[in-house]
Design a protein around this ligand. Structure first.
Ligand SMILES: CC(C)(COP(=O)(O)OP(=O)(O)OC[C@H]1O[C@@H](n2cnc3c(N)ncnc32)[C@H](O)[C@@H]1OP(=O)(O)O)[C@@H](O)C(=O)NCCC(=O)NCCS
Length: 157
């Protein structure tokens, strides 16, 4: 599968394609304006995409704050799911972010989002906290996951 895929940083010109994957992936998507800000103005933001035959089929982004990468969004286009793409993309993301100085990774995920939670567990994330009632419509808790760094080490001690 990976022979036909390309992984690269996203730019402003990728906004339309990114937003199509966003709309297909989330019941409460971020606004298009928010992503325009991420791709053009937010100096902390790092976004990467996977392209198949030139078309964006998945993306992931984060805010790199000193040596912590706060992952904001991860999405694979529905037709491309369950083929190892999400895992492949995140492994590439970790390598790119570590080269940029990231020592640990964190994110929030709906407690009911089992596909995402299993993906993150497979990649070494561990649950280090829970924000009760964090999400609306449907209501759900947020799990706070960490991979690497002091938070995970403390949790495991
Ligand atoms: C979560 C998401 C990114 C997974 O992408 P994907 O490309 O389908 O995942 P992969 O094929 O790489 O799967 C890797 C691992 O994730 C887990 N996984 C992925 N989808 C799963 C599912 N539907 N059910 C159970 N486990 C799943 C499995 O552990 C899998 O490993 P395995 O194939 O050895 O069992 C994708 O379902 C998606 O875009 N969902 C909508 C957006 C979203 O919820 N993003 C996360 C927000 S925090």
């Amino acid at each position: 599968m990976t022979d036909e895929l390309r992984f690269r940083p996203l730019q402003a010109a990728d906004l339309d394609a990114l937003y199509a994957v966003e709309l297909a992936s989330f019941s409460h998507p971020w606004s298009r304006e928010a992503y325009a800000h991420e791709l053009t103005e937010n100096a902390l933001a790092r976004y990467f995409g996977c392209f198949a035959g030139g078309a964006l089929v998945a993306f992931a982004g984060c805010w790199l704050i000193v040596d912590e990468a706060h992952i904001t969004n991860v999405a694979v286009a529905p037709a491309w799911r369950r083929r190892g793409l999400g895992e492949w993309m995140l492994r590439r993301l970790f390598v790119s972010l570590q080269a940029a100085g990231a020592a640990s990774f964190t994110l929030e995920v709906r407690a009911a989002n089992q596909p995402a939670i299993r993906l993150y567990q497979k990649l070494g994330f561990r649950c280090c906290g829970r924000r009760r009632g964090y999400y609306d419509d449907p209501p759900d808790d947020a799990l706070i996951l960490w991979r690497g760094g002091t938070q995970q080490q403390q949790e495991e001690e």
